[in-house]
Design a protein around this ligand. Structure first.
Ligand code: CIR
Length: 255
């Protein structure tokens, strides 16, 4: 959770066509831009270098950069998104990673894998199988990162949940914030788990970034729990990204 860099991408006007499980109305671009500016400012305030990429109009979901790559200390792995409309986003990200990283490798298929399904802790990499990430994608990731000394553990994303990390985030070396429905699977046994508040599943997609925890605004019980546990919390508006099933982790690549 200590990072010197993050990559973000400004939301495109085409965001109104972004993928969503349930249509709760079109996101408001102006409000999303304001939330996005708060988000990047919070990351920057920790002292990290933030690389802000231009909007990519042909890809409505391209603000959710996390899904395009996995950034590890040894190198970056370009993902192969399981959503057909997002496949091209990964290739768009590759040159930016190459400019910042010594080593960049790619998932070439036939499997699929998205960054939102990957939680990196200090001891292992957990990858949730989901509608976007399949066994072949995970197998290829294992082949790429095992030589770098990483252990990958395959887990399940709860049914109906977009990504594994929709329901969890790393708070520190030993602590994970998770929804009760995900934690019940036992996948975090051996870690300290903090549950999201009742009815606040959407608060699980938060991020620890250096000394801050960025969490979506509007989830009072979870915020209170994190505050009492001693985390330095920044609440960021997420109403517009939430309409597209996006949250704090989706909006950046951190390394
Ligand atoms: C999608 O369905 O792909 C986007 N609307 C949301 C992606 C959210 N990304 C993430 O959780 N890492």
């Amino acid at each position: 959770f200590r990072f010197s860099h993050a990559i973000t991408r400004r939301p495109a006007a085409s965001i109104t066509a972004g993928l969503r499980a349930v249509d709760t109305g079109a996101p408001d671009l102006a409000l999303m831009l304001a939330h996005h500016a708060d988000y990047t400012a919070a990351l920057r305030a920790t002292g990290a270098t933030i690389v802000e990429l231009d909007a990519l109009e042909p890809y409505p979901d391209s603000v959710f950069v996390e899904d395009t790559a996995l950034c590890l200390p040894e190198g970056a792995v370009v993902m192969r998104p399981g959503a057909p409309s997002r496949l091209g986003e990964a290739a768009e990200m590759a040159p930016h990673l190459a400019a910042l990283y010594g080593q960049v490798v790619s998932i070439t298929g036939p499997g699929f894998i998205e960054g939102g399904d990957i939680l990196v802790t200090e001891r292992e990499i957990l990858v949730g199988r989901s509608a976007r990430t399949d066994a072949a994608g995970i197998a290829e990731l294992i082949r790429l990162v095992t030589p770098w000394g990483h252990k990958v553990r395959e887990v399940e994303t709860p049914p109906g949940v977009l990504h594994f990390k929709t329901d969890c985030s790393l708070l520190d070396a030993e602590t994970i914030l998770a929804t009760p429905r995900l934690a019940a699977s036992g996948c975090f046994d051996g870690y300290r788990v903090i549950h999201t508040g009742e009815g606040e599943e959407a608060a699980a997609n938060s991020i620890r970034f250096n000394d801050l925890v960025l969490a979506p605004a509007g989830f009072l019980r979870t915020a209170e729990t994190l505050d009492r546990a001693g985390y330095n919390l920044r609440l960021i508006g997420n109403s517009e990204c939430a309409k597209l099933d996006g949250g704090m982790s989706c909006l950046s690549l951190r390394f």
